[in-house]
Design a protein around this ligand. Sequence first.
Ligand SMILES: *Cc1c(COP(=O)(O)O)cnc(C)c1O
Length: 426
Amino acid sequence: MTSHNQQLFDESQKIIPGGVNSPVRAFRSVGGTPLFFKRGKGAYVWDADDKRYIDYVNSWGPMIVGHCHPEVVKAVQDAAAEGLGFGAPTAAELEIAGLLCKILPSLEMVRLVSSGTEATMTAIRLARGFTGRSRIIKFEGCYHGHSDGLLVKAGSGALTFGQPSSSGVPAEIAALTTVLDYNDAAGLEKAFAEFGNEIAAVIVEPVAGNMNLILPKREFLDAMRNLCTKHGAVLILDEVMSGFRVGLQGAHGHYGIKPDLITLGKVMGGGLPAAAFGGRRDIMQCLAPLGAVYQAGTLSGNPVAVAAGLATLKLVQEPGFYQRLTQVARQMTEGLTAAARKHGIPFSAQSIGSMFGLYFSKEVPTSYAEVMSCDKEAFNRFFHAMLEEGVYLAPSAFEAGFVSAAHTDADIAATVAAADKIFASW
Ligand SMILES: *Cc1c(COP(=O)(O)O)cnc(C)c1O
């Protein structure tokens, strides 16, 4: 019998390019048929054949309290019953904006949008409007959504397909993006020395999660802050993934680095389309209708999405929330590393907060080049073997993984046992 996943994928490919609405979902990197999911509850998801998986993708990050948390579902239902959208301000928007500014003191003002792509795209425009400069700096392997100027040597799906720069981006636009090496403070210093007075912004994932998980070096973070300040460039910390994942105050809170602007998404929408950008008041006041930098959105601040975000942000503020997640992620990486070592497999892993990285390499990578030299074929084999065992990892060697508050010690133990079984017959 053909699986329902296969049937659905065959049909989808006829009318949806590649059968998917976002490229990494197509399993091109790992091969095989993507799973079509029909249900999620807590730490688990069920595919079209009713097979259950322990989920470490978490919808690519948002489901930090687990799937279908009763309080989130209730908040969404209550909001929906009052109106799906008005295209006018609501009190709930003020509430979530206030909450974001309270949790993240670097936000003096904030604006809501519907996706991380919108947040980063607008943050760049705002930085250009504020500085009157055009050039931006990004780092190879970092992904900041799919706007033209940011799809230059990008991570995530772009990286998965070995096409980190997109066709359809005019060379004239790509030329305004200077791409440097992540964690290379000297390279950044050199770029600022050469054309510091042309740089509108440096945009970075302060913890990189779109080329697998790469942690920032202290000197790299400090160099970014100091050079941006010295040369009048805007430092944009893209926390769409790391925000409310690394800890309550994101990566910038964890490392104590002060941004000029930050971008948020994923967790702050609780699974629905809500995202935000914000930061220094003097920069944010350049936005329309106050200032001359235009940005708008029919669905921005949508009441149902905001309700999901508010309910989720309420849960993550509970005492001990991140301590427990940090411990669960560590249990997972330590368990997997021990299993691999037992069977003599070159493997390493690390975590920060609720994010983790798994690498088929002896040492944990600290740069884009090191990530690229990990054994991708080994990952693909591992991915499919784990899938067979009922463990759903991100379908690419270049994505970070996530645990949620719903993952129990037993889930982690089952995951480690599955890996142990696989590694035993490796
Ligand atoms: C996911 C992500 C984005 C893009 O967000 P979308 O909601 O997919 O548009 C931007 N930056 C980072 C760091 C991300 O992880």
